[in-house]
Structure formats: structure tokens, C-alpha cells
Ligand binder design. Structure first.
Ligand SMILES: Cc1cc2nc3c(=O)[nH]c(=O)nc-3n(C[C@H](O)[C@H](O)[C@H](O)COP(=O)(O)OP(=O)(O)OC[C@H]3O[C@@H](n4cnc5c(N)ncnc54)[C@H](O)[C@@H]3O)c2cc1C
Length: 285
């Protein structure tokens, strides 16, 4: 099928993008970033925006830079940018590891980090990273700028705190301290498919004990989130199989999995146990 008719707008500055979006948002205007989620849904006529505001010509949105202790990722930075580490240290390595699980090369060449965050698919790897690391989302409208914490940005399935007339201009990720270990594990049926369940774990070792643990799951619930009972269990314990099993059990108990015709809630819960344990094992190895 072909998309329903729409008007195309190609602003060249952020100001122009914001004023155009403010004007067309009430008439079903949408932002076009990499188009890797929006265009297929338009082709199937599941989405019928009457206006597209293409942000790819806005130079200032392509920024990928370290500022203070944060990595700032602009709205048009592609997934593929992360295939080699964009910053020295654990964060660059973590992003380079995770990006390999997002779709396939052609999609990674066009799709954007911020587009994934705005789209908020429950199985988005970048949404999991944002939740696990407590990312900040920088959002601009014509009249105001807001910085929204990941824990309040994701609302429900494919629903965020973004208003229709707002642009996600940048996502900021904290640089991880030297010595931070990370482990990512994703389960899906074929390489490149969306995750059925995945987990990201980070921690440091202090006197051979786990310090500052973070455990987050994605693809399981309406949106990715940190699992605090698992983190509490890990803090100060030895990084061994018993500890990891206990944390995985706590995560499975805490999860409120989605239930659908293909993957039942029980099945997803059992996957949580596995992906959390394997993510922790990878972080330790
Ligand atoms: C076959 C296939 C497999 C895929 N597999 C995966 C996968 O395994 N993991 C994964 O995470 N993704 C996957 N994707 C989705 C892909 O990663 C998309 O690139 C991503 O979801 C959206 O980014 P985009 O830049 O393409 O956004 P677009 O498609 O342009 O936009 C998506 C939505 O977000 C809005 N939007 C985009 N940018 C902004 C912004 N800056 N501010 C406000 N709103 C904005 C748009 O209006 C639209 O509603 C897959 C896609 C395909 C086609």
C-alpha cells in the first residue's frame, strides 16, 4: 500500500522546525526522523499524518558530544553512529555492544537514537539503555524547554511525556565511571527481530563485592524500567552464580509481563529470570 496524502515540511533551523511543528501538530502533524518506524506504519495506513516535519536538514540536531559528565545525543544521530565506541570507557563500549541487536544494517543507517526513544516501543534497546542509566530527555516546544527523567518519560506502550507539538532534541546519558562492568542479554527468535525479553546490568566491584548495581529489563512490560529489588539484592554481595540467580529470581517476581497470543506472561516471566542472570554473568566475565 501507499501512504495517505500528506504535506511535507523541511525546516533548516531548530526554530523553524518548532514553529512548523506547533502549527501542524493540531492537524495531525508528526516529526519525521529516520522514518524506520513511521514510514512502514504510514505505508500500511496504520498512521495517517497529514503533515510530516522532516528534521534531517536541521544541522544543530546532529550533535554527538560529551558535555561535563554526559554524552549528548542529538535528534538526528543514527543508530549506526554507535557501532564503534563514540566515547572512551564503559559507556562507549556498552552502546557499541547493544547497537548490534537493533534491527539490521540498513535500518541502523537511517533510524535514530532519539527516534527510538520518542517512538517508545517496549522492546526498543535504546529505551532499555535510557531506563537503566537514568537518561535525561531534552524536549523543546516553541514556548518552553523541559528536561525529563527517563523514569517519568515513558508512560505506557509507545506513549511518552512528549506533547504532539514538542521535539525531543537530545538525549543525555551519564558517562559510566572507569571500572563499570556491563552485560546485555537479549532473547528473540531471529537475529534482528525485536526482543521478547532483554536485560541490561551494570555494576562495579569494590573489594570483590558488587557496588552501584543497576538492573533493567525491556521487551517484557509496557516500557523498560530498573528493577530495584534485584539491585538491592546485589549490592555488597559477591559476584557469583548464587547471587546472580537470586537477583534473577527477584526480577522475575517483580516483573509484570505483557501477555499476548504469541508470548504469554508466564513465558515472558521465565525469560526475565534467564536474561537477567545472563546479563549479570556477562557483566562479571
Ligand atoms: C524491520 C525493522 C526491524 C526493527 N528492529 C528494531 C529493533 O530490533 N530494535 C529497535 O529498537 N528498533 C527496531 N526497529 C525500529 C527502528 O529502530 C527505528 O529506527 C526507530 O524505532 C525509530 O527511529 P526513527 O528515527 O526511524 O524514527 P521515525 O520512524 O522517523 O519516527 C518514529 C516516531 O517517533 C517520532 N519522532 C521521531 N523522532 C522524534 C523526535 N526527535 N522528537 C519527537 N518525535 C520524534 C515520529 O513522529 C514517529 O511518531 C526496526 C524497524 C524495522 C523496519
Amino acid at each position: 500500500m501507499k501512504p495517505a496524502p500528506f504535506s511535507y515540511h523541511a525546516p533548516k533551523t531548530l526554530e523553524e522546525a518548532l514553529t512548523t511543528l506547533a502549527r501542524v501538530a493540531p492537524e495531525e502533524g508528526r516529526v519525521l526522523a529516520g522514518g524506520q518506524s513511521l514510514v512502514p506504519t504510514m505505508a500500511f495506513r496504520l498512521a495517517r499524518p497529514r503533515h510530516l516535519v522532516d528534521i534531517n536538514g536541521v544541522g544543530e540536531l546532529s550533535r554527538l558530544a560529551v558535555e561535563g559528565e554526559k554524552l549528548c545525543i542529538g535528534a538526528t544521530v543514527r543508530h549506526a553512529a554507535f557501532e564503534t565506541p563514540v566515547v572512551k570507557g564503559p559507556l562507549g563500549a556498552l552502546l557499541a555492544d547493544v547497537v548490534q541487536h537493533i534491527a539490521h544494517k540498513p535500518i541502523r543507517a537511517r533510524g535514530t537514537f532519539c527516534g527510538s526513544i520518542a517512538h517508545a516501543d517496549p522492546a526498543s534497546e535504546w529505551c532499555l539503555v535510557a531506563a537503566a542509566l537514568d537518561a535525561e530527555m531534552v524536549v523543546h516546544g516553541v514556548r518552553r524547554e523541559r528536561v525529563i527523567a527517563a523514569k517519568v518519560f515513558f508512560d505506557a506502550i509507545m506513549t511518552t511525556a512528549l506533547e504532539d507539538n514538542e521535539l525531543l532534541t537530545e538525549v543525555r546519558l551519564p558517562l559510566l565511571p572507569e571500572g563499570t562492568r556491563f552485560g546485555f542479554y537479549e532473547f528473540n527468535r531471529r537475529a534482528g527481530d525485536f526482543a521478547i525479553a532483554m536485560a541490561l546490568a551494570t555494576f562495579r566491584l569494590k573489594d570483590s563485592k558488587i557496588a552501584e548495581p543497576r538492573v533493567a529489563i525491556g521487551g517484557v512490560e509496557a516500557f523498560p524500567r530498573r528493577i530495584f529489588p534485584a539491585e538491592t539484592l546485589l549490592e555488597g554481595r559477591a559476584a557469583n552464580a548464587d547471587t546472580f540467580m537470586a537477583a534473577a529470581e527477584a526480577a522475575a517476581k517483580e516483573a509484570e509481563p505483557l501477555d499476548d497470543a504469541v508470548n504469554t506472561a508466564d513465558y515472558r516471566r521465565s525469560l526475565v529470570r534467564t536474561v537477567v542472570r545472563r546479563a549479570l554473568e556477562r557483566a562479571a566475565s
